[in-house]
Design a protein around this ligand. Structure first.
Ligand code: PMT
Length: 217
């Protein structure tokens, strides 16, 4: 059994991809499997927290005991997050949120046309920034940064631009780590500190991340 470092705390975690529809049968998405976010939920539960898990469409099973809320799009993720974050001590954005969605969703299946098809996309709301900028009921806000280059600089930029308390950076260019694998490596950044978590299973990393969060509440 783990020490109950998060007893009495409510942690809301987002996980998995978002799906941005183009028409009734097509969408834009990404390779997030939900494994990292679900591992965080499991770790938080094992440290005694009450856990809300807001999840995009994935094929893995959520940890027993989590309050699971299913979403598809970034806008739905935002709506559910805005309901739960002010009731939470900690909000962790591990979901791989699509930065853009189609400017218009066709209500019938789009027909095949010429040799080229141009899609117009518009920016999605930034969910974690919206939570981090709450003026009432702002939780301790933790983001993730998925980068393929210059990881530390981009991660630190997101920490400050999005007004986060902490960010977990992963280099998703490394084979066998990051998206859709059972292992990962993370660098945790705070405003004045950082900590390397070497390659490990996502479960082990999640426990380290949640322990670092617990120390700061
Ligand atoms: O699900 P797995 O297969 O286990 O893979 C895990 C993971 C690689 C998806 C995970 O570790 C991870 O890095 N998640 C964040 C992915 C991501 O969207 O990173 P980003 O650098 O694009 O976004 C930065 C932060 O802003 C993230 O906390 C993200 O949730 C948030 N964001 C981004 C865009 C947006 N419109 N709203 C957001 O809240």
């Amino acid at each position: 059994a783990h020490p109950q470092l998060l007893a009495g705390k409510t942690i809301t975690i987002t996980a998995g991809p978002t799906r941005e529809p183009l028409d009734p049968v097509r969408f834009i998405s990404n390779h997030s499997s939900g494994k990292m976010g679900y591992a965080l939920a499991q770790a938080a539960l094992s440290l005694g927290a009450h856990v809300n898990l807001i999840s995009g469409p994935v094929t893995i099973t959520p940890p027993a005991g989590a309050n699971v809320i299913q979403i598809q799009s970034a806008q739905q993720l935002l709506n559910e997050s805005l309901l739960l974050a002010p009731l939470s001590d900690v909000f962790i954005g591990c979901a791989a949120v699509a930065d853009y969605r189609a400017s218009a969703v066709a209500d019938q299946k789009m027909k095949k046309q010429g040799d080229e098809l141009i899609l117009t996309l518009v920016k999605n709301p930034d969910v974690i920034a919206a939570i981090a900028n709450l003026t009432e009921g702002r939780p301790y806000t933790v983001g993730f940064a998925a980068e393929t280059q210059d990881v530390a600089n981009y991660a630190k930029g997101k920490l400050s631009n999005k007004n986060l308390d902490m960010i977990c950076a992963n280099d998703v260019s490394q084979a066998g780590l990051g998206f859709n694998s059972d292992h990962n490596a993370l660098t945790l950044f705070w405003l004045t500190e950082q900590k390397e978590l070497a390659i490990e299973t996502k479960s082990a990393l999640a426990l380290s991340v949640m322990t670092e969060v617990a120390k700061r509440l």
